[in-house]
Ligand binder design. Structure first.
Ligand code: HXC
Length: 515
């Protein structure tokens, strides 16, 4: 038997070989595309010296199509455990330099092994995707591998955070793993996600389209909503991931870590952000920043369905999720996409014990044939379902307008908000004063000597009577009418008193949300 020194030398040699992935030529090609290697990515993302790799020497046993005796180092994927900011995570990174990071049976078994670990250890799973998809030569075994991954993504959903990072192609059915995870990170010019690629589109539809136009980072962050974060470089992407994980708990039986409380910055003066004229818009993100610790707001899906704003922040050191209508875009209406966006985020916060703060300022659901035909009934119902189902502390502040279905949908008392506050200028009504006056005083307006003058009078009358927070406060639908500057304190108090909140729901296997 060889001496221990020789054994160690042999081990080091083997490790060195595997570490080179697909070899220098393939690494150079990877670098020429502006991409880091799989190993570099893991080391950049995780705490220094924290990464421990497993299954480094796994080999495939596929035969035929040139695979016999072909060494695919690590079978094109690296798996292991490590930490971010001192907290354990499980990670895998596909290595495009090895057979295009394609997924064969052994490759998939490595991924599912680390997924099983993540679920057992109850720690987040981070998957770095850079792959040509199912390894064509392995046929059904490759497809079986994907199925095993999708099953585990679903099993882990709502138990541990699952983060997908798209750092190369993610083609064919492979995209469904990221789609089943909680957050998808992308990098400009590097990320590509599609079910059928340009070549198939050319063959079937005779249409020319580049990979970038079909499924680049911008497409998924702005148009499809499939991705949640857009970065200009891989380094920026890793910083985003490191920031996200400071806000979320490590599993569904924990709360997010608390930090030291700090006041909002003086430049975000809450009295100066919201114009008193309800027809003038403002950026609701400034309003959030005028309320939260250090004015720090970590926005999710910033570029898609911008008429609603979602993201994480802290109040008195505790993580909260914000859902806020954005008056700057489409007057903050609810529509198909914004309902999907908010509904999913509410469910994330609920699964991971994060209180939800809702800032309400909207004229209602967006009217129009396009929206009706795009299924605004079904999609719009998702936000109702998500709020009603959520059992974490739920607090609303009605800032200005809360009309019609929008009032109900945006975490109203009737969907079991724990606390509903309203600013003194809040208008809570079935619809806006103009529309309402035109309908209920139609006859009077039309028969008057000066219909325009009468209309104006009736609008004012309506506003006086209904478009204020006091009718709702008189019925207890609003708990307190508060001054803007009191908002932070009311929210912090509401969160503190709700820390042991418990609700009882009827026994069921699961509900059937309007997917
Ligand atoms: C086996 C693959 C592969 C694959 C790439 N390679 N994709 N090997 N199976 N799916 C290999 C190439 O043969 C090549 O090997 C190396 O990876 C690098 O690939 P290139 O084509 O040279 O790289 P590039 O020009 O950068 O193009 C990358 C690409 C392209 C756009 C990803 O390779 C491509 O279109 N691949 C197929 C993508 C696809 O349609 N996948 C879907 C499969 S179906 P050598 O030895 O030359 O270095 C699927 C269904 C899953 O995934 C269903 C689950 C439910």
């Amino acid at each position: 038997m060889a001496s221990i020194t020789k054994q160690i030398k042999e081990l080091k040699k083997r490790k060195q070989e595997v570490s080179l992935g697909g070899g220098e030529k393939a690494i150079k090609k990877q670098q020429a595309m502006g991409k880091l290697t799989a190993r570099e990515r893991i080391l950049k993302l995780l705490d220094k010296n924290s990464f421990h790799e497993y299954d480094m020497f796994v080999k495939h046993d596929a035969r035929g199509f040139g695979l016999d005796n072909k060494d695919l180092h690590g079978d094109g994927v690296i798996i292991g455990t490590g930490s971010i900011s001192g907290h354990t995570i499980c990670i895998y990174a596909q290595d495009f330099t090895v057979a295009g990071g394609s997924l064969g049976f052994a490759h998939a078994r490595k991924i599912t092994k680390i997924m099983d670990h993540a679920l057992k250890l109850r720690v987040p799973l981070i998957g770095i995707n850079d792959s040509g998809g199912a390894r064509i030569q392995e046929g059904v075994n490759a497809l079986a591998g994907y199925g095993e991954i999708f099953f585990r993504n679903t099993l882990a959903s709502g138990v541990i955070p699952q983060i997908s990072v798209i750092l190369g192609p993610c083609a064919g059915g492979a995209v469904y793993s990221p789609a089943l995870t909680d957050f998808v990170f992308t990098v400009d010019k590097i990320s590509k996600m599609f079910i059928t690629g340009p070549e198939v589109i050319k063959t079937v539809l005779n249409e020319d389209i580049s990979m970038e136009e079909l499924g680049g980072a911008r497409v998924h962050c702005e148009t499809t909503g499939n991705a949640h974060f857009f970065a200009k470089s891989e380094d920026e992407c890793f910083e985003q991931i490191k920031e996200l994980v400071t806000y979320i708990p490590w599993n569904n039986s924990k709360k997010a870590e608390t930090t030291k409380s700090s006041l909002p910055l003086k430049k975000f003066n809450i009295n100066k952000i919201v114009p008193s004229d309800p027809r003038t818009s403002y950026d609701v993100r400034n309003l959030i920043k005028s309320i939260v610790d250090g004015s720090e707001f970590f926005e999710v899906q910033e570029m898609w369905a911008a008429n609603i704003v979602i993201g994480f922040s802290r109040l008195d050191g505790n993580t909260v999720g914000f859902v806020a209508n954005q008056p700057l875009v489409l007057a903050g209406v609810l529509d198909v996409d914004s309902s999907d966006k908010a509904g999913r985020f509410i469910r994330y916060c609920d699964a991971f014990n994060i209180p939800i703060i809702t800032l309400v300022d909207l004229p209602g659901y967006l009217p129009g044939v396009d929206q009706e035909h795009a299924g605004v009934i079904r999609h719009g119902a998702k936000i109702l379902y998500a709020y009603s189902e959520a059992t974490v502390p739920k607090i609303s502040v009605i800032i200005r307008k809360a009309y019609g279905g929008g009032y109900i949908a945006m975490n109203s008392r009737h969907l079991r908000a724990d606390f509903v506050f309203a600013w003194p200028g809040a208008e809570i009504a079935v619809m806006g004063p103009e529309g309402a006056a035109n309908i209920i005083f139609k006859k009077e307006i039309n028969e008057s000597e000066n219909p325009e003058e009468t209309r104006k009078q009736k609008v004012e009358e309506y506003k006086e009577l209904f478009a204020n927070p006091y009718v709702a406060a008189a019925k207890g639908h609003v708990d307190s009418v508060i001054e803007p500057k009191e908002t932070r304190n009311f929210l912090i108090h509401a969160i503190n008193v709700s820390s042991e909140k418990e609700v009882f729901i009827p026994r069921k296997k699961h509900g059937i949300p309007p997917f």
